[in-house]
Design a protein around this ligand. Structure first.
Ligand SMILES: O=C(O)c1cc(=O)[nH]c(=O)n1[C@@H]1O[C@H](COP(=O)(O)O)[C@@H](O)[C@H]1O
Length: 287
């Protein structure tokens, strides 16, 4: 007996956004946050921090986004905490976006794809962040693995940090910017799902901090897929900034906040209250 193919990521994401609101909360166990929570900068602190966030929020928010680096810094025991977080968050109904920002030559990209996008793997996630700056085509193994698994991919297009501009705003020989070409490539990946009236599974990362940059660059955000918008909270953007950045595409935006929610811990009720305040603010601008 064969198991039925899972619904595509974009379809599952739209359902989660409708049911829970579109917010993504990042799990970024910075050493300074561990200290603020009264925890040690060690595996026990990492585990307590992560479990608190997952227990408080995985039953409520659409997406949880663990930042892999904060787990990798503790080696194999940190990765074990990450594995458990992914499993627990998914079991509680959150979609897990693994923030690993992987990008490599195609043959190595295939190995990254099997790390995060093979349903049999211990770190299998609903989606993963990838960097297209070795050339969008180098992402092909991840795009194909995601399609096969009903998972998703978020490619960095216009990142929230000011340094991103030197690469992403660069103009190609055909007159388009590098960022615009990434968005165009994602739109092509989403074509089949869009033709069925569904949200695509191939997303772009576009910082909430960017103001009218995408518009100025002539970058088309109507990629028929989700737009992850980090930069809210600690990096200075607010939900009120989203319409200016995204225009009509705001309906497909998944605003992402890490420290802006996490700084309210370790009290679970305070974490929940912070996330729901943020979700209300987002809903007010996205509808
Ligand atoms: O892909 C990301 O998530 C990402 C892309 C980007 O352009 N900017 C950005 O800040 N991020 C991530 O989003 C999170 C932002 O954290 P806070 O600034 O604490 O909300 C971090 O995990 C970043 O690595």
């Amino acid at each position: 007996m064969t198991t039925p193919a899972p619904a595509p990521f974009g379809t599952r994401l739209r359902a989660a956004m409708d049911a829970r609101g579109p917010l993504c909360v990042g799990i970024d166990p910075h050493p300074s946050l561990l200290a603020d929570w009264g925890l040690g900068d060690d595996v026990a602190g990492l585990e307590r921090f992560t479990r608190t966030v997952v227990d408080a929020l995985a039953g409520r928010v659409a997406v949880l986004k663990p930042q892999s680096a904060f787990f990798e810094r503790f080696g194999s025991r940190g990765i074990a905490v990450l594995e458990r977080a992914v499993a627990d968050a998914r079991a509680a109904g959150a979609l897990v976006l693994m923030d690993a920002k992987r990008g490599d030559i195609g043959s190595t990209m295939a190995a990254y794809a099997s790390a995060y996008l093979d349903p049999a793997g211990p770190l299998f996630s609903d989606a993963v962040t990838v960097s297209p700056y070795l050339g969008f085509g180098s992402l092909r193994p991840a795009l194909d693995a995601a399609r096969a698994a009903g998972a998703g991919v978020f490619a960095l297009a216009l990142t929230s940090n000011p340094e991103g501009a030197e690469v992403q705003h660069a103009v190609r020989p055909d007159g388009t910017t590098v960022a615009a070409s990434v968005l165009t490539a994602l739109k092509a990946e989403n074509a089949a799902e869009a033709a069925e009236g569904r949200l695509g599974s191939y997303g772009a990362v576009v910082g909430a901090t960017l103001g009218g940059t995408a518009h100025r660059l002539g970058a088309d955000l109507a990629i028929d897929g989700p737009l992850l918008a980090p930069g809210i909270g600690a990096q200075g953007a607010t939900p009120a900034d989203l319409p200016a950045v995204f225009g009509a595409a705001v309906r497909n935006v998944v605003p992402s906040v890490s420290r802006g929610v996490l700084r309210h811990g370790p009290d679970a009720a305070s974490l929940v209250a912070a996330a729901s305040r943020m979700a209300d603010e987002v809903r007010a601008v996205a509808e």
